[in-house]
Design a protein around this ligand. Structure first.
Ligand SMILES: [Zn+2]
Ligand SMILES: [Zn+2]
Length: 307
């Protein structure tokens, strides 16, 4: 699991920061990539990385402001040219379906792969044997969602050394032992499978939130995650402006992290008014509230290891 920040600016593209998009590399877990938001020129940013559009399996759109979706039709079209054939699922607020369908139809873009567009509401929006993704409505000028991504716990490893000591050699029986339950060996000895399986490895949790002002739902979505990605369009002195424009400040985001008891916080969606040393100042004011915080920059990568 590795995050790559493809765009970390707010509102309009800037030389230093492109508009919003984050890739979650799940190559090891499921051989795919998930994308969160797709601002203009996201596909150009992808060209500077090892991400392959044909491997993108799901795109989660937080909200329909242009800086989060203007790169979507182009990316969908290019995925076709780059031999993308597998199903792509797009999740987003009501209106995302019309936006994608109209863009593709009017530009005569014919995709060579199936797409599924899911207009979401609060609650679980995706679940399989590996992951549960839920969404929650935040507070922004238009409907904006946050996503909570929870990896399910992995079964512990089989303690092979212990089995070998008992003279149980590798074979189909190992599968049975790993499944737990009582097993009768050839010599009549009974063993309990669970005695030979290490503790479960707990799954990783992260929350990636769309644009929002400080609110309770954000804290709920981020509850005890390993990593929270939160917007910080403004510095702490612009609390009132942030509130009026339905955005967050550095300290507001840090408070969410603190109240939600997250392990780490990454700030993104930084206004282009902050340059150079300003970024250090933004970081410091966030650190006053929550110490384990980073301000992302374009192409910033973050590995999420299993504990
Ligand atoms: Zn935005
Ligand atoms: Zn917005």
């Amino acid at each position: 699991m590795e995050l790559t920040f493809l765009g970390t600016g707010a509102g309009v593209p800037a030389k230093e920061r492109n508009v919003s998009a984050i890739a979650l590399d799940l190559a090891q877990e499921r051989g795919t990539t998930w994308l969160f938001d797709c601002g203009e020129a996201t596909q150009h940013q992808i060209l500077h990385t090892a991400i392959k559009p044909r491997k993108i399996e799901k795109i989660f759109i937080t909200h329909l402001h242009g800086d989060h979706i203007f790169g979507l039709p182009g990316l969908l079209g290019s995925r076709s040219f780059q031999d993308g054939t597998s199903l792509l699922t797009i999740y987003g607020p009501r209106g995302i379906k019309e936006y994608v369908e109209v863009s593709l139809r009017i530009s005569a873009t014919h995709l060579k792969y199936p797409i599924e567009i899911v207009e979401i509401e609060d609650g679980v929006i995706f679940e399989d044997r590996q992951f549960i993704v839920s969404a929650g409505k935040l507070e922004h000028g238009i409907t904006s969602y946050g996503y909570r991504i929870v990896e399910k716990d992995l079964k512990g490893a089989l303690e092979v050394d212990k089995l070998k000591k008992l003279g149980i050699s590798p074979g189909p029986i190992y599968q049975k032992i790993k499944a737990g339950g009582e097993i009768v060996l050839e010599d009549g000895t009974k063993i309990n499978g669970t005695d030979f399986v290490g503790p479960d490895k707990s799954g990783r949790k992260l929350a990636i939130l769309g644009d929002t002002r400080f609110n309770q739902k954000a804290i709920e979505l981020a509850g005890e995650v390993d990593l929270l990605v939160h917007e910080a369009t403004f510095g702490k002195e612009d609390e009132a402006i942030a509130y009026d424009y339905f955005h967050s400040t550095t300290t507001g985001a840090a408070w969410v992290a603190k109240e939600a008891k997250v392990k780490a916080l990454v700030l993104t969606h930084i206004s282009s008014r902050y340059q150079g040393n300003d970024i250090d100042a933004l970081l410091e004011e966030a650190q006053e509230v929550f110490s384990n915080v980073t301000i992302a920059h374009d192409f910033y990568k973050l590995q999420m290891n299993r504990k």
